[in-house]
Design a protein around this ligand. Structure first.
Ligand code: ZN
Length: 454
């Protein structure tokens, strides 16, 4: 093991313990034929694809080291595929992400949204909030990661002790994929807004629900993006260590968003530890996935759990469960039409904020088919009514390396969605748990919608 680690460090240019991406490029390619798709799918074993699934017409971004640059260009050109440079030096963007943006100052306590923050800083801020808002904010540890870190969050309850035995509950998850830094930056902003906003709609939403908010549910992976490899995605479970053609370190983790116990390993996931979408040895094998599953089930017992929202990047999409369903099959979700309507209305408000375009739909319809994700499990097993997965900014220009100047505008537009989402969720009767009536009405609406759109 030790030899492997040293070899790995030497081969992949780590400096000060951190992997260097100096002169790495991100190429943009657009497959237009089945041959392109096949060829790119083969290349996924050797390169870090920022797009998980390759299909005709999809915008594919591929991370290429300087050593393999020539080979990559030769290979793609050989099959008639035009590769253009999207990012000319990945390390420059990584360095830029560590610099705070200059502009409007934003802060709550010692925390701000002018920069991305380490796990330790985020966790310390959650503790600080408990001190700043006694009786309203309580920190909670929902479990431990593989490496023993806390999966820490806050409970926000403005009416503690006055809610009766069936309180309205919402849960928000961030940071399941380590390198998607904008996710915890969004989730922490929502915490701030719930605690400090004077907008009556935000106040209503904040105070009507007991909120359970966990900014980083993959704390090992997130920490590793700060002190090991900025482009790390999975957790840090090394029990499946093996030789990978591109980089052996890749096998030291499981994709937590393929590990949840709902239709595990049926589509869009891998049993190869060298893959970014390695689903683990069995369903819910990972402590992080187990912790979230158990916590969601405990919230189901504690009251009326209405919301579960998960945050990822990038693509600018609001995804509706289930991720293996497309076309008319989406109607298998009993309240699909309402989820769609709520999301479309929310996305309109989101776009109206800063002009950012978002798509709405199931993953299989607008992104790719996936199984074992947390939000599908929450919908399919815990049967929570309002469940979404956000793919935040951008659409590939910076990808996972979104500049710090975009944190606040990204967060503001997400809040606009949240407010509109809550208005419509209430209008459709979910607060009183009477959504079944609307589900049947909405089924008719959806059928009409599908007939019109075909
Ligand atoms: Zn993700």
């Amino acid at each position: 093991m030790y030899v492997n680690i040293v070899l790995c460090l030497l081969l992949f240019g780590y400096t000060n313990g951190q992997r260097s991406y100096e002169n790495y490029k991100v190429y943009k390619v657009l497959p237009t034929t089945d041959k392109h798709v096949q060829m790119l799918t083969d290349l996924q074993k050797e390169y870090d694809f920022w797009s998980e699934v390759v299909s005709i017409g999809s915008d594919i971004r591929v991370l290429v080291s300087p050593e393999k640059d020539e080979e990559f260009i030769k290979y793609t050109a050989g099959v008639g595929l035009n590769a253009t440079v999207g990012i000319s030096n990945v390390q420059d963007l990584i360095n830029a992400q560590m610099q705070p943006t200059v502009g409007r100052s934003t802060s709550l306590g010692s925390f701000n949204w002018e920069q991305y923050h380490s796990l330790a800083t985020i966790h310390a801020w959650l503790d600080e909030l408990q001190t700043m808002y006694p009786g309203i904010v309580t920190t909670v540890n929902v479990g431990s990661s593989y490496e023993g870190r806390q999966i820490k969050g806050v409970i926000i309850d403005f009416k503690s002790g006055q809610r009766g035995d069936n309180p309205l509950i919402g849960m928000i998850e961030g940071g399941i994929h380590a390198r998607e830094w904008i996710s915890p930056a969004t989730v922490t902003w929502i915490i701030k807004e719930f605690l400090t906003s004077t907008d009556p709609d935000v106040r209503f939403m904040a105070e009507t629900f007991v909120w359970h908010i966990i900014p980083v549910i993959n704390p090992d992976g997130y920490s590793y993006t700060f002190d090991g490899d900025r482009m790390w995605r999975k957790n840090r479970n090394p029990n499946h260590y093996t030789n990978c053609s591109s980089n052996n370190d890749l096998s030291n983790g499981i994709d937590l968003n393929r590990n949840f116990n709902y239709l595990w390993m049926t589509v869009g996931a891998s049993l190869n530890p060298c893959d970014q979408t390695f689903a683990g040895a069995s369903a819910a094998s990972e402590p992080e996935a187990q912790a979230i599953q158990n916590y969601v089930l405990s919230l189901k017992r504690a009251g009326n759990l209405i919301y579960y929202i998960a945050f990822h990047s990038y693509s600018q999409m609001v995804l509706i469960p289930y991720s293996h369903l497309s076309g008319q099959n989406v109607l298998q979700v009993p309240n699909y039409a309402e989820l769609y309507e709520i999301a479309i209305r929310g996305a309109e408000k989101l776009t109206a904020t800063h002009g950012t375009a978002y798509q709405v739909g199931t993953s299989a319809d607008i992104l790719y088919e996936v199984s074992g994700s947390s939000f599908d499990w929450v919908k399919g097993v815990a049967e929570v009514p309002i469940v979404y997965l956000f793919e935040l900014r951008d659409v590939g220009e910076y990808g996972f390396l979104l500049p710090t100047a975009q944190i606040v505008p990204n967060n503001e537009e997400v809040m606009a969605y949240f407010v509109e989402m809550d208005k419509n969720t209430r209008r459709l009767g979910y607060y009183s748990g009477s959504s079944a009536v609307y589900a049947s009405v909405s089924l008719i609406v959806t059928i009409a919608f599908l007939m019109l759109s075909n």
